[in-house]
Design a protein around this ligand. Structure first.
Ligand code: ZN
Ligand code: ZN
Length: 263
């Protein structure tokens, strides 16, 4: 359990089983809230950097899984912060129960075992809450000079990444992938084809730093690493790493997102 400053205005909160992130824009924005009963720990970590509970104004949720949305209700009750989320998983958080996928997809034996040991039997319940503001793909929010919601279904139907070209270009990749054993596929996917497509979409953004729901943030060259890891491989039978890397390099520079709205 620790807090680490990763750019001038972004902090990584290691909550044990998952990460949350804090954007310090005078007022505070939290990305994800950890599993249920993490609110005390999160508020302690805020205090350790000299901030108070009522400095927290916004909670952006990447998806409904209990290790991300589990403490949103408590934090909202304590701080009055507004909760933002994609509409596709609204029904689960309002019901306070997040079902497991019927047929999860695993990219390898290790992920299958991790799922079986730590996720399959975990309770899916959270304290229910209402979403204050629904976020659609591509929307910019006037936080920290502009942060963009990017819909990345696959791991879960309504998952959002957040692209934050603040002090440095940061991508909050949620559980689209993880960095537990190096950069790699997430433990499981509801829909792997959609998940792979979402990773290709993320790889086209212009970012240097990547933050994950699980595993340490990558602080340099993260966009290049996404391109090498997630673009092109399955298009080339037999594999042409150099061609994939070249394609990734080209595509990585295509989309430079300029916020439409800055405050
Ligand atoms: Zn998840
Ligand atoms: Zn997760």
């Amino acid at each position: 359990m620790s807090i680490r400053r990763i750019t001038e205005n972004v902090y990584e909160l290691n909550l044990g089983k998952s990460n949350a992130f804090l954007i310090d824009d005078e007022k505070l924005t939290l990305i994800d809230t950890g599993e249920p009963d993490s609110s005390g720990l999160i508020l302690e970590l805020l205090q350790s950097i000299g901030r108070q509970p009522d400095d927290l104004k916004n909670i952006l949720l990447t998806h409904s899984h209990p290790d991300h949305s589990g403490s949103a209700a408590d934090l909202k009750a304590i701080t009055g912060a507004k909760i933002y989320m994609h509409p596709a998983e609204r029904k689960w958080v309002e019901a306070g129960y997040i079902p497991k996928p019927e047929r999860p997809h695993f990219t390898g034996l290790v992920n299958r075992l991790i799922y079986r040991m730590f996720i399959a039997g975990a309770p899916g319940s959270i304290t229910p809450f209402r979403i204050d503001r629904l976020l659609e793909d591509g929307e910019w929010l006037p936080i920290g000079g502009g942060i963009q919601a990017v819909h990345i279904p696959g791991h879960s139907e309504g998952q959002l990444a957040f692209f934050f070209p603040g002090a440095k270009n940061v991508l909050f990749a949620a559980d689209a992938c993880d960095n537990l054993f190096g950069l790699g596929y997430s433990t499981f996917y509801e829909d792997f084809e959609a998940g792979r497509h979402s990773l290709e979409k993320l790889a086209t953004f212009d970012f240097d730093i990547a933050c994950f729901g699980h595993g340490k943030s990558i602080l340099h060259g993260a966009g290049m690493k996404f391109g090498r890891k997630f673009i092109g491989h399955h298009h080339h039978h037999g594999g042409h790493p150099q061609r994939a890397a070249a394609a990734a390099g080209e595509e990585a520079t295509i989309r430079v997102h300029e916020p439409e709205e800055r405050i």
